[in-house]
Design a protein around this ligand. Structure first.
Ligand SMILES: NC(=O)c1ccc[n+]([C@@H]2O[C@H](COP(=O)([O-])OP(=O)(O)OC[C@H]3O[C@@H](n4cnc5c(N)ncnc54)[C@H](O)[C@@H]3O)[C@@H](O)[C@H]2O)c1
Ligand SMILES: CC(C)[C@H](C(=O)O)[C@@H](O)C(=O)O
Ligand SMILES: [Mg+2]
Length: 366
């Protein structure tokens, strides 16, 4: 009986609400498939600060390292916004976790079911068959991590803040390798997004992409786009992309845009992978919804659990090699949503259900 060993870091606000439902779905498939769930819950983010005085307690990091994957909710929110910036949940927990495990490749599937096109802010005539694209975001480099990163008072009394955007060629090459594998499994079309008309890091990015793809993936149709144009093209005609690859901050911004044109942030799952392997010899990864803690709807029982459930499916696929079960969960989410059970963020025109009822409908399809 295969055992799934993963750490559960639910986090803050809606994090625990949607995590509860993802764990119910996993428990259901585990019973059906004769799998053993061996997960350990640990505090992270605001919950870490409140209970241990630290957003990423050592005990939590240890639990993560002892398991084969991390199922993550989301962290942060108004309760901790008055803390010094580097102590806040996002900067003191999520980013260090990504860095600690070198989770440099963030895969975000932008999928809008044909039956859900009404939930997209785009005209349905532009996306008659829905949307199916993938964002590959570099996750451990760029302006998020570059040094120096500081605020100083200048001799003239003015105050100056500095963030530094840094990329090494090797960091660009390793994210490209992931993008190439993803593109090869789909339409063999890759668009690299940068700002090479302004940024040095983007000049290196584009040069590296051209050389690396010419050498390692001449079979792919490669294109480049400036990020400002890409933001516009995503809204104009998202299906012109198939797989796009971009640096950390551009990917953060474009993936939220992609999420809403695909119906809602509540539908966007993600997998963050690195080079390290787990005890099964498969990629160790962190799996989380792309959206945040949604403090505006927390505690109401209305958050969409689909992104968390779909993130759990990605965990089964990448870190446990359970492709068939992952696909079964994805199909159940699709069937539940397309047959009309929808939380308020995607309900448009139909009656909305709450978080638990949404998960019940998914479980009923499994
Ligand atoms: N991975 C993470 O841990 C993560 C990601 C993004 C933001 N955050 C943090 O979350 C907090 C809130 O950030 P924000 O308001 O800018 O972004 P957010 O993603 O939390 O919310 C943006 C909007 O999307 C809605 N939304 C998000 N997820 C939803 C879901 N599952 N179902 C229904 N609606 C959903 C929210 O209600 C809100 O209106 C901040 O502290 C931010 O730093 C954390
Ligand atoms: C919370 C924040 C640090 C995070 C990011 O910017 O990477 C989030 O927005 C995301 O998209 O995962
Ligand atoms: Mg984001």
């Amino acid at each position: 009986m295969p055992t799934l060993k993963f750490a559960v870091l639910a986090g803050d606000y809606i994090g625990p609400e949607v995590m509860t439902e993802a764990l119910r779905v996993l428990a259901h498939v585990a019973r059906q498939e004769n799998l053993t769930l061996a997960y350990t819950a640990a505090d992270v983010g605001g919950a870490g600060i409140d209970r241990h005085g630290k957003a990423l307690p050592e005990s939590t990091l240890k639990i993560c390292a002892e398991h084969d994957a991390i199922l993550f909710g989301s962290v942060g929110g108004p309760k901790w916004e008055k803390l010094p910036p580097h102590e806040q949940p996002e900067r003191a927990a999520l980013l260090p976790l990504r860095k600690h495990f070198t989770l440099f490749a963030n895969i975000r599937p932008g999928l809008l079911y044909r039956e859900l096109t009404e939930a997209s802010p785009l005209k349905t005539s532009r996306i008659p068959d829905g949307i199916d694209i993938v964002c590959i975001r570099e996750l451990t480099g760029g302006v998020y991590f570059g040094q120096p990163k500081q605020t100083t008072t200048l001799p003239d009394g003015d105050v100056q803040a500095v963030d530094t955007m840094v990329y090494r060629r090797s960091e660009i090459e390793r994210i490209l390798a992931v993008a190439i594998t993803t593109a090869r499994a789909r339409k063999k079309k890759l668009c690299s997004i940068d700002k090479a008309n302004v940024l040095e890091t983007s000049v290196l990015w584009r040069k590296t992409v051209n050389a690396y793809v010419a050498h390692h993936a001449p079979d792919l149709e490669l294109s480049h786009m400036y990020v400002d144009n890409a933001a516009m093209q995503l809204a104009r005609n998202p299906n012109q992309f198939d797989v796009f690859v971009t640096e950390n901050m551009f990917g953060d911004i474009l993936s939220d845009e992609m999420a809403v044109i695909c119906g809602s942030l509540g539908m966007l799952s993600s997998a963050s992978l690195g080079a390290s392997k787990n005890s099964l010899g498969l990629p160790f990864g962190l799996y989380e919804p792309a959206g945040g803690t949604a403090p505006d709807i927390a505690g109401k029982g209305i958050a969409n659990p689909c992104a968390q459930i779909l993130s759990a499916a990605l965990m089964l696929r990448f870190s446990f090699g359970l492709e068939k079960i992952a696909t079964r969960i994805e199909a159940a989410v699709r069937k539940a949503v397309t047959s009309g059970t929808r939380t308020s963020d995607i309900a448009f025109g139909t009656d909305a259900v709450g978080t638990k009822a949404m998960a019940d409908a998914i479980i009923a399809q499994l």
